[in-house]
Design a protein around this ligand. Structure first.
Ligand SMILES: [Zn+2]
Length: 458
């Protein structure tokens, strides 16, 4: 892998360096364009369509400018006078759009001390930890994630810091806090009442309170609303995995959220909760473990997405057998739910449900998101389709089809590459060799070899 910087004008190298140093002080219009040409040996520009051989992706600043056949050389670029043109050699690689994980918890990672962390770890600590997880996620090839619930608002702060370029990480679509009924999956359970008195601002009972809770998350800055329609595995309460919010509460949240331009993602395991949430009009079901024939019919009728998170099921199945990892209430649910998820995915895919890639990472380790792909193929999904679910389809679920999900002119320059062919061995995506997000290279190629001037591109 080789990356060379080419400067059309040697004498302007110094000028360009100093102008880069002062770029912040000057109007953006005067900054020279940054051009990159990626030579892609195999290019899957539009997942769902066939890949092509030997193509060039031309990147202007943070956007895809053009895709051309053959390897375009830097000197052949017209209209770039005064600008640096960098060539990225991925001629031996398989190149595809940046991956999208529709379900993560970017400021948290499950551990045996999670129950204690709740009273010892501050929101500030979670935000700082989140910077580490964000970097790992990005370097694993995931250039966009949807964060479906953090404690307090660290995920919103992290989203904004990444957007401003203050810390490296994936583009984040964030839900803020997950909305739950009292004693439900996203409430704080299993503590002395004087430590955690009622009520968190994400807790609601009755349609009016639930409407307020959704609006409050929008006010705090949430891009999407997350609700927990049923019990969940990791909440420390033996309340099962069935329906926990009533239909009027679900409907109130969906209507209030849609009125404010926000989509609704519903955590649901039990079929009663999956179906009630779909009837209420949610935009996606997260997990969907016990979905039934009625669920499949409701998915198709409403057009809602399923985000299967099989990796979380596999992860909690292993954790449940590690002594002391889970409290007893969690362990029993993990043993019941975990192994079911892959069967659910097989059934949903065969039933024609729209599926978007999502892992619930934070249950599993950040940076290992791509392990979901092998589970998807094990559930009978062809590799090409799994890749489309993590790009084109996930972009659609996030409402970002105009921005991300394919390599096309005008879209964000989010590009990743692997050395093997992931349509033949999907686990290649667990070993991403190159990551570009918004036109900036975050992983490989290693030394930036300059052609003609000592101005490596940062
Ligand atoms: Zn989750």
């Amino acid at each position: 892998m080789r990356l060379t910087s080419f400067l059309p004008c040697l004498t302007c190298a110094g000028l360009m360096l100093s102008s880069a140093a002062h770029a912040q002080d000057r109007p953006a219009a005067q900054a020279p364009d940054r051009w990159k040409i990626i030579h892609a040996g195999t290019l899957l520009a539009l997942p769902g369509s066939p890949a092509r051989q030997n193509a060039s992706i031309i990147v202007r600043n943070d956007r895809i400018h053009e895709v051309r056949d053959g390897f375009v050389e830097a000197g052949a670029m017209s209209g770039t006078t005064g600008s640096a043109v960098t060539v990225v050699d991925l001629s031996k690689h398989f190149v595809l759009p940046g991956l999208i994980d529709s379900h993560v918890h970017i400021t948290d990672e499950r551990s045996p001390t999670t129950q204690l962390d709740r009273v010892t770890k501050t929101g500030e600590a979670m935000a700082l930890e989140g910077t580490l997880y964000a970097r790992r996620t990005l370097e694993a090839g995931f250039t966009t994630v949807r964060d479906l619930g953090s404690r307090g608002n660290p995920s919103l702060a992290l989203r904004d810091a990444i957007r401003k370029g203050q810390v490296p990480g994936p583009r984040i679509v964030a839900a803020g806090q997950s909305i739950s009924a009292t004693g439900g999956h996203s409430d704080v359970n299993g503590y002395a009442p004087d430590i955690f008195p009622e009520l968190g601002e994400n807790i609601c009972n009755g349609a009016d309170q639930c409407r307020h809770a959704a609006r409050l998350q929008v006010k705090r800055g949430a891009d999407v609303i997350k609700i927990t329609a049923t019990g969940g595995v990791l909440s420390n309460v033996a309340a099962g995995t069935g329906l926990q919010m009533f239909e009027d509460e679900l409907k109130a949240i969906v209507d209030a959220s849609h009125a404010l331009g926000r989509r609704v993602a519903a955590h649901a395991h039990g079929a009663d909760g999956v179906n009630a949430a779909l009837r209420a009009g949610v935009d996606s079901i997260e997990h969907g473990t016990y979905l039934d024939d009625e669920s499949i019919a409701l998915f198709k009728k409403s057009g809602a997405w399923l985000v299967p998170t099989v990796l979380a099921g596999e992860t909690v199945t292993v954790m449940a057998e590690q002594e002391g990892f889970f409290p007893p209430a969690v362990r029993d649910k993990a043993r019941a739910v975990g192994p079911q998820m892959i069967n659910m995915l097989r059934r949903a895919y065969q039933g024609g449900v729209k599926i978007a890639f999502g892992t619930d990472t934070g249950v599993s380790r950040h940076g290992q998101n791509a392990k979901e792909f092998a589970l998807m193929t094990r559930a009978g999904i062809p590799a090409e389709v799994a890749i489309r679910m993590a790009t084109v389809d996930a972009a659609d679920l996030l409402g970002l089809s105009g921005q991300i999900g394919t390599i096309e002119p005008g879209k964000a320059a989010d590009v990743v590459a692997v050395t093997g062919n992931p349509t033949e061995d999907i686990t290649e995506l667990e070993r991403v060799a190159f990551v570009m997000k918004d036109g900036n290279v975050h992983k490989g190629p290693e030394p930036l070899v300059s052609a003609g001037a000592a101005t490596p591109t940062p």
